[in-house]
Design a protein around this ligand. Structure first.
Ligand code: ADP
Length: 166
């Protein structure tokens, strides 16, 4: 049996945004333990490696004793089974997110029927934030420091070559 006091929040976090951190902090307040699961999918290409994304999240979340950041290759529902995680939380921004998330939840339920999936709506100030948008803005030299934690803004500056500035 899984433990319904233990939750996980999986995602790419490439890179983590203030929207992610908001959902993580609100989830951690509801459960005894929260795993933030950094997906490391072989088929996907990321700007930051799984270890880099994990390190940024650990730095940002170091004040929380009940949060553990892990990287995982493979299906996150299998991670849940292994760690006896009872609840998976997914943040939803808009109706478009919901359609996709709903289908995913149906599939995941077939693989791991014991895992409950909960959707948490974004805080209004973050509803337009997504990692792909952040990377695009940064590549055009836009200031993203109000949209991501300081450590992420710093890493983005180092990593992204600004278009038109070569
Ligand atoms: P994305 O690349 O779309 O930002 P991730 O796979 O990294 O998404 O997202 C991890 C989790 O965080 C997902 O549940 C996603 O819906 C959620 N999330 C991402 N951005 C936000 C936001 N601005 N507000 C609420 N939830 C978010």
């Amino acid at each position: 049996m899984s433990d319904k006091h233990v939750a996980m929040l999986p995602g790419s976090f490439d890179p983590p945004t203030n929207g992610h951190i908001d959902i993580i902090e609100r989830s951690a307040a509801l459960y005894d333990k929260l795993y933030v699961v950094v997906a490391d999918n072989i088929g996907k290409s990321y700007l930051f490696s799984a270890d880099e994304r994990k390190a940024m999240l650990e730095d940002i979340l170091k004040g929380y004793h009940n949060i553990e950041v892990v990287t995982y290759q493979g299906l996150v529902v299998e991670f849940a089974r292994k760690q006896r995680v009872g609840v998976m939380i997914r943040g939803v921004r808009a109706l478009a997110d919901f359609g996709y998330e709903f289908e995913l939840a149906m599939t995941n339920k077939q693989i791991n029927p014991d895992l409950e999936v909960l959707f948490m709506p974004t805080s209004p100030e973050y509803f337009m934030l997504r990692s792909s948008g952040i990377k695009e803005m940064a590549s055009f030299g836009a200031d993203v420091s109000k949209l991501v934690p300081a450590v992420v803004a710093e890493q983005l500056k180092k990593r992204i070559k600004v278009i038109g500035n070569e």
